[in-house]
Every structure is written in structure tokens, then in C-alpha cells.
Design a protein around this ligand. Sequence first.
Ligand code: SAM
Length: 263
Amino acid sequence: MTPEPPDIPTPESTAGRSHASGGFDAATYGDSFADVYDEWYPDVSDAAATAGFVSRLGTQLDVLELGTGTGRLARSLTAAGHRVVGIDASIPMLRRFEGSGASAIAADMAQLPFANASFDCVLVATNTLFNLADADHQAACFRNVAAVLRPGGSMVVEADVPAPSDPALDRLVSTRSIEPDRVVLTATIRDEAAQTVTGQHIDISNDGIRLRPWKIRFIGPKELDRLAAAADLVRTDRVSDWSGAAFDADGPHHVTVYTAPSG
Ligand SMILES: C[S@@+](CC[C@H](N)C(=O)[O-])C[C@H]1O[C@@H](n2cnc3c(N)ncnc32)[C@H](O)[C@@H]1O
């Protein structure tokens, strides 16, 4: 494991590799993509619209972002006037964190190292919840989010609606990009019963081959609702995207707000 740099607080109980599933652990995704994340995914979602959506929940909120990465969303949230703490399991990712006033902590989003009732809002965007690659850790995440939310506080989840099963697409290799001296291939295996996709971005250049492994457990809106309800969180909004467009059950995407009891 990469040693923690001194400027990133790492709670003892939540080191980056705190849980594992089939050889993949909490830090696998971030460690795989840290050096290319900002280059590959600068516009993966609308950061300003994300901050605008959170701001409609309240002003000057204490926001916890799960899987903050390089701070792409944390920067927009602080610019909108919120106090932001980002956590991430990957030290290489956090070394690249630039939060414009937000702070970053190395921690696993399945084991939140915060006192109860510390935040007005917990944001988990860009399919990051799916990075918890088994059902138990996803359920634990919801329970811990419910604990750290203040009464009446909100959990905001942005995720894709899983595509219907198609056995022809269960094992794929596709081309992500080609340059004169580099090709990036993506190999995936989808396990419908386990609701997982295990993947490798295979980054080939004249310098050699770099494997970028990842694994997700996809969950649809109804299962998310069940996890939230089990954690005593109530769904109070569901829209298609950060602009607030009406949710389309056949659409590819949703943004959902779960609210903690008001006490
Ligand atoms: C898809 S990226 C999203 C980054 C950022 N939120 C954004 O929207 O640009 C997912 C992030 O979650 C982090 N991550 C994955 N599993 C995690 C876990 N169990 N606990 C904390 N962070 C995790 C990864 O290291 C990565 O930085």
C-alpha cells in the first residue's frame, strides 16, 4: 500500500484498503485512474449544475462528498458557498485533490469516520456508490450516511439506471482511444446475478502495458430506495439529472434525494 502523505488526515479505522471483494478493494479504482482521471473525465458530469442542485437544498451547508477524487465537484460546491469535506479511499487520487477550500480525508465510504449528525448533506455522485462492489458495503454506506446526517439533512445520489440484461453484452472488449503511440482497450465481464461489472482499461503504449482495473456493483433506483429505507432515510425527490428534469423510468440516469427524519 502507498504510504499516506502527512498532509492527508487518515483516520486509523478507515485506511484505504479497508475492505476487499474478489481481489478488488476500496482503493483499486482510484489508484488505477488517479493519473488520468482529470484528463479522461473532465466533463463526466456538470459540476456547476451539481452545486446548483445542492444549493437548492439550503445555503452554506456542511457537505460531505463521498469519493471526492481530485476535487472536481468539491471545488464547485465551495464556490457555491458550502463547507465541504471530501473523503476518498485512494491516496494517489487524494494527492491530486484540489478543493479550493474544501478539505480531504483518506477514508472508506463504507465506514465513515465522523461523529453523528455532522453534516447537512452527503453527496455521492458520478456512480461512485457503485464503487462499493458488494451489497453489504453499500448497505453499510447508507447506514453510516444516515448516522452522520443532521436531522432533516439530505443524502444526494447520482447514478445510472442499469441497462437491461443482454447476454450478448456480458463479455466485451472495446476500444476507448487510439493515438499514434497508444491504444486504450476496455475489457468487461458483467455478472447479472451478482449485479457486478468487472473491468480493465488496458493502456498500451511504447512504454509498455498499464492495467487499470475496476469493479462496480450496479443498483437500480428501487434497490437504492430499499437500502435508504432500511437506514431510515426517506426518498423526497427523484429527477433525471442535475437540471431537475422530470425522472424518466426508462431513462439512463437519475439524481435522488433521501432525507433524514427531522428529529
Ligand atoms: C468516479 S470517481 C468520482 C470522483 C468525483 N466525485 C467526481 O465526480 O469527479 C470515484 C471516486 O471514488 C473513490 N472511491 C472508490 N471507492 C471508494 C471507497 N470505498 N471509499 C472512498 N472512496 C472511494 C475513487 O478513488 C474515486 O476517486
